[in-house]
Design a protein around this ligand. Structure first.
Ligand SMILES: Nc1ncnc2c1ncn2[C@@H]1O[C@H](COP(=O)(O)OP(=O)(O)OP(=O)(O)O)[C@@H](O)[C@H]1O
Ligand SMILES: [Mg+2]
Length: 451
């Protein structure tokens, strides 16, 4: 079978139909044939076909109607017209309506084979593109926070509990620890999940631009304000606004934001009428915000308004157990995205990762794995596929940290435990995920006393 490619053949001429059916079956396709147009329409409604080969002139329901139905039901289906009256006109008309190609009767079988093959290539390409898109979407749409660390799990629990309330949240943590991911997690677990999630980095704009982005402006508010512009606060109404690097917000904007939070209304720059808004704010910082409050750089009243709930995400150095877990997670993600057969991380490469500081936290692991998958030439990420500075650094810092880092076996045990828990103890599934056979899994379970 050609990867279960399904072809529907419609021809009211019995001999032609049988002929085509025979050839297509021999090519390895899954073939459905019918002499009746109405029956073809019924079949199309019941199941999707990759390719439809149809006679153009038939009584009751003709080829054009079948083509139309295909376009409605399944835009991915490629339709090939067969016509005994191969007037250029009818063929062109069919092609204009989206037919892939046409074949004139009497046809030569190798011609049919060829046209079907070409259509097949197109179908495959479309399928591949769609699969890739779906994969990417499934990674983007879902907020998946991977961890086996007890503190992180408590944090997740808290995030889930406070998500449905409307309170503002302040998330702190080093760069790349997952602050934005947590913000998204809260949004998608809240009653606002259908509304927008918008984000802005308060440290990335001048005061004027930040004001413009947050509050918007009326037409003619200043030179260059040719049209009205909605601000992010307004656009995030009924959703969540994520304010990244909040300590970098200039004090003039802090005052205005405070007013927005208190009054639940916003005034565009140059505007005279306030607009009601309903926004949840989640702020994040990798600095010490209390320090900024003490030194007067950040308003205390705004701090209290934002810090209704505070979540501190620990750096990876405080949850090293997450390193192998995240490494494998990103390995899988990028192997799938890049369609590469990379599924392993060598013990040596893993110990380099385990002994490295990872100042860029989770984002750094993600980058390392993306790069590793891209340059790996076999099934395994080896030390050679890690960034050079990391390899060197790890050698230098290794001695310093010896003793407090878990061994590779401890890591393996923890990872197996985690996978087993995730699949509810289903060993067959666990073995599949770990990509080892059941016997090997059983041996490992015995070794670690996990049976
Ligand atoms: N626990 C986790 N599980 C899965 N992916 C994670 C996890 N933590 C972070 N990531 C991923 O790592 C990357 C960095 O995370 P994120 O952008 O949330 O970090 P951040 O704390 O906002 O960083 P920065 O301070 O640099 O803005 C993202 O691609 C995110 O999806
Ligand atoms: Mg961020």
């Amino acid at each position: 079978m050609q990867n279960n490619i399904k072809i529907l053949i419609v021809d009211d001429e019995r001999v032609a139909l049988k002929n085509l059916e025979h050839v297509m079956k021999k090519e390895g396709y899954e073939v459905f044939g019918t002499e009746s147009g109405p029956n073809a329409l019924k079949l199309l409604e019941e199941q999707p076909f990759d390719i439809v080969l149809t006679d153009l002139r038939m009584e009751k329901v003709d080829g054009m109607q079948i083509l139309k139905k295909c376009r409605e039901l399944c835009p991915d289906t490629e339709v090939i017209m067969i016509t005994g009256y191969a007037t250029l006109e009818s063929a062109v008309k069919a092609m204009k309506q989206g037919a892939f190609n046409y074949i004139a009767k009497p046809f030569r079988l190798d011609e049919v084979r060829m046209v079907v093959k070409e259509a097949m290539a197109k179908v495959r390409l479309k399928k591949e593109n769609r699969e890739l898109r779906e994969q990417i979407e499934s990674y983007q749409g879902k907020v998946k926070i991977i961890t086996q660390d007890a503190n992180m799990q408590r944090l997740l629990e808290t995030a889930k509990q406070i998500a449905p309330t409307d309170c503002n949240v302040l998330i702190s943590g080093e760069s790349g620890t997952g602050k934005e991911l947590f913000a998204r997690y809260i949004h998608f677990n809240s009653k606002r999940s259908e509304g927008p999630f918008l984000a802005i980095n308060c440290g990335a704009f001048t005061e004027e631009l930040l004001s413009n982005e947050l509050f918007g402006h009326e037409k003619g508010a200043f030179t260059g304000a040719i049209t009205m512009k909605k601000g992010l606060i307004e656009m995030a109404s009924r959703g969540t606004l994520f304010l990244d690097e909040i300590t970098e917000m200039p004090s003039s904007i802090q005052v205005r934001l405070l007013r927005v939070i208190q009054e639940k209304e916003v005034l565009r720059v140059g505007g005279t009428e306030t607009l009601k808004v309903n926004v949840r704010f989640i702020a994040a910082t990798n600095r010490d915000i209390q320090d900024a409050v003490k030194s007067g750089r950040f308003r205390q009243d705004l701090y209290f308004r934002l810090n209704v709930v505070s979540l501190h995400i620990p750096p990876l150095s405080e949850r090293r157990d997450d390193i192998p877990l995240l490494s494998y997670y990103f390995l899988k993600k990028y192997a799938a995205l890049m369609k590469k057969d990379v599924a392993e991380i060598s013990q040596e490469a893993m110990s380099v990762l385990m002994n490295y500081d990872l100042p860029g936290n989770v984002r750094e692991i993600e980058n390392i794995m993306e790069r590793g998958v891209a340059i790996a030439n076999g099934n395994t990420i080896e030390v050679a596929h890690l960034p050079e500075d990391l390899r060197e650094l790890s050698i230098r810092t290794f001695r310093k940290k010896e003793g407090k880092i878990p061994s590779l076996e401890e890591q393996e045990e923890a990872y197996i435990k985690w996978v087993l828990k995730e699949v509810g103890g289903n060993k067959t599934l666990a073995a599949q995920i770990l990509e080892i056979d059941r016997v090997s899994l059983w041996r490992k379970l015995k070794k670690y006393g996990l049976e």
